[in-house]
Each structure stands twice: as structure tokens, then as C-alpha cells.
Design a protein around this ligand. Structure first.
Ligand SMILES: Cc1cc2nc3c(=O)[nH]c(=O)nc-3n(C[C@H](O)[C@H](O)[C@H](O)COP(=O)(O)O)c2cc1C
Length: 358
């Protein structure tokens, strides 16, 4: 463990974990945005946290990633961290999920740490400033070199756009069209699996997914399009969604989203009783690995796979690659282990990627 890791885990984290998680998150995003705008600050962060080993770059769907480790959707919903994240060893990030209209999100508490479970109960309900604000923000921000920007699109979390299927489809379509027309983002992920929005996960029904993709594929797009998959469907139901994705030429899959299955918690008694939300972190690890493995077994190289869920160590990341992931994403690991985790994953990947057999 190097000094930056040690300080995060033993000095900063014990303080941060006493403060409301959403306040800490907001503070980190604001500080990260400011630090990213100051060149000497970026240099200092880069000194401590950036990966500087042998070349581990990868080209996936024609996009060049300096490192195969990305920040997962939900941390930087409004695209404020695009300047600082390259200094922390990330090869890219998935901004969002964004929606056509700004969303305030669900009622608080929107985030609850389950420390013994290495998990966060996420009940944010797609809190974000909306697609127009994102386009404005990214158009005005100088792009960092060699850093990939994926954009995750969800439907606006209001009763109107969630209860009516056609309104929901149109909502995705508006964001997708605006982003394409503004030429913002290197790839797009259609988030069909947010577990805590109004009306549930409508488009994890294959018939409705087909309807959604019929509409979205009418919109001109020259970039790879991925689907953010649920991880708590039985395999056969999951595979039906993959069949639809295949028919519509979807390039890849992010496997996957939060886990709604509270039985996957090591200490389910720690979960709050008064509300529900999706579980991040450790409860996502095995379900996501298994779905990645099965997807590779059945579909071979047909889909790009981005593996996400429960990466807290280089071992965890290597398990995702071994299961068949082309790239990995992290969010809870960053919160529990600190930003040094990214560099440690990259270093291990540099040593072992040649040995991975999928
Ligand atoms: C605070 C928080 C907010 C999230 N918001 C989103 C979101 O807006 N869109 C999305 O696709 N996934 C969202 N997720 C899910 C993550 O992107 C990821 O799929 C999941 O947390 C599993 O990864 P992890 O175990 O590394 O946290 C969120 C997760 C967290 C912890």
C-alpha cells in the first residue's frame, strides 16, 4: 500500500464515513471540479495517483482507452470531473445518467452506506441537471487528452415519462438526438436498468426494449451504443434482452447495474427498513461476473463487455477481465478504498493481462 492509499484509508475515510454520504459525494465532485481546472493541482494528483507503467492502452469499438479502467455512471452525473479524472489513472468515465429534463431525484436519504457489506444503498432516482445543461457544460470544458467520455442516458424520472411507455421512449430519444447532434460524447449507454425510478425498469421487458431500440435506431448516430444491463434477472430473461440487442446492432453491454436482491448482502440486517434502493458494491460482484461469463459463452465476441460491480481490489478487477470484460468500471471501490485503487488495478493489469484466458 502506498502513502496516498494509506492516508485515504486510515486518515480521511474514518472522518468521511461519519458524514452524510451525499454531502461527501457532492463535496468531492465540487472539489474535483475545481482541482481539475487548475493545472498545478492536476500535476500533484497525477504524481500521486496516475498510472505510469508499461502501455496498457486498448482500442475498443474504435475508441482508444489509455487505461482499461473507467469511472462508472452515477458519480459524475453532470460532467464536472472530466478534467481531474485523467490524473487519477482513469482511461475514461461514464457521465450521467442524464435525462431529458432535470431531475431532483428521490426523497432523502438517497445514499446509505452499509459498511460491513461493502455496499451503498442507492436511491438517488436519477438526480441530474438534464441533457441541455450537460451539453452546455461539456461544450465549454476543454477536453482532456486521451480520456474517453461515455454518456449514460436514462428517461426522466417523473410520473409522466415513466408511466406511459411512449412518453418514456420519446424521453430517451430526445436526449439521444440532442447528444448526437451536438456531437458530445465518444459512446452512449442506454440505461434500461435504473432500479429506483418511477414505474420501475420498463425496458427490461424484451418487447418494450425492442420498441425503444426501434425508435433510437432511427436517430443518426456514428458512435458505439451500449446497454446498461440489470444484474438480477434470471439468465434466460437476460439472454432475451441480449437477443434484442443483437438484432438492433447494439455494440456492447455494461454488466451491470445495481443489485435489487437484498439476499446477496452478507449482513442483510444492516439494510435500512424504511425505504429500498439498489445495492452497489460487493453484492454486485458475483452476479455481474456470472452474467459476463455466460454472455461470452453464448455470444462469443459479438458484444463489447464493460464489467462493473464490486471491484475493491486488483484481484476483483482481474476476475472481471477473466470472466470476459474488455474494460472495467468502478464506483463503490473508489469510495471505500480511495483513488489509489485505480492505479493498483492498472499496475496489476500491466503484469497479468497477457495471462487472462476468457
Ligand atoms: C451513488 C451511485 C449512483 C449511481 N447512479 C447511477 C446512474 O445514474 N446510472 C447508472 O447507470 N448507474 C448508476 N449507478 C450504478 C453504478 O454505475 C454501478 O453500476 C454499480 O454501483 C456497481 O458498481 P460498483 O460496485 O463499483 O459501485 C450508481 C451507483 C452509485 C453508487
Amino acid at each position: 500500500m502506498d502513502l496516498a492509499d494509506y492516508l485515504y484509508r486510515h486518515a480521511l475515510k474514518p472522518i468521511l464515513f461519519r458524514i452524510d454520504p451525499e454531502r461527501v459525494h457532492n463535496a468531492f465532485v465540487s472539489i474535483g471540479e475545481i482541482m481539475g481546472s487548475i493545472a498545478p493541482a492536476r500535476t500533484v494528483f497525477s504524481f500521486f495517483y496516475n498510472y505510469r507503467g508499461p502501455d496498457i492502452s486498448k482500442t475498443v469499438d474504435g475508441i482508444h482507452y489509455r487505461t482499461p479502467v473507467l469511472l462508472s455512471a452515477g458519480f459524475d452525473a453532470n460532467g464536472q470531473l472530466t478534467r481531474i479524472l485523467p490524473s487519477l489513472g482513469f482511461g475514461g468515465e461514464e457521465i450521467g445518467s442524464i435525462t431529458t429534463l432535470p431531475c431532483k431525484g428521490n426523497k432523502k436519504p438517497r445514499l446509505t452506506r452499509l459498511i460491513r457489506n461493502q455496499s451503498i444503498v442507492v436511491y438517488k432516482g436519477l438526480r441530474n441537471r438534464g441533457v441541455d445543461a450537460l451539453i452546455k457544460k461539456l461544450s465549454r470544458t476543454k477536453r482532456a487528452e486521451d480520456f474517453v467520455l461515455g454518456i449514460s442516458i436514462a428517461r426522466t424520472n417523473t410520473r409522466a415519462s415513466c408511466v406511459d411507455v411512449d412518453a418514456g421512449i420519446e424521453d430517451y430519444a430526445v436526449s439521444f438526438k440532442k447528444l448526437n447532434e451536438a456531437d458530445i460524447g465518444d459512446y452512449y449507454t442506454i440505461n434500461i436498468s435504473c432500479p429506483n425510478a418511477w414505474g420501475g425498469e420498463t425496458f427490461t421487458d424484451p418487447v418494450l426494449l425492442e420498441k425503444l431500440l426501434t425508435r433510437l435506431t432511427q436517430i443518426p448516430c456514428r458512435k458505439p451504443v451500449y446497454l446498461k444491463m440489470p444484474i438480477d434477472l434470471p439468465w434466460e430473461a437476460f439472454a432475451k434482452l441480449l437477443d434484442v440487442a443483437h438484432r438492433f446492432g447494439i455494440h456492447g453491454l455494461v454488466i451491470g447495474n445495481l443489485n435489487k436482491n437484498y439476499a446477496d448482502l452478507r449482513h442483510p440486517e444492516d439494510a435500512p427498513r424504511e425505504f429500498r434502493g439498489g445495492l452497489s458494491g460487493a453484492p454486485c460482484f458475483e452476479p455481474s461476473n456470472e452474467l459476463i461469463r455466460k454472455t461470452r459463452e453464448r455470444y462469443g465476441e459479438r458484444f463489447t463487455i464493460i464489467g462493473v460491480g464490486g471491484i475493491f481490489s486488483p484481484d476483483d478487477a482481474m476476475a472481471k477481465f477473466a470472466a470476459g470484460a474488455d474494460l472495467v468500471m468502478i464506483i463503490s471501490g473508489l469510495i471505500f478504498e480511495g483513488p489509489g485503487l485505480v492505479k493498483r488495478v492498472c499496475e496489476r493489469y500491466a503484469r497479468e493481462s497477457g495471462k487472462i484466458k476468457t
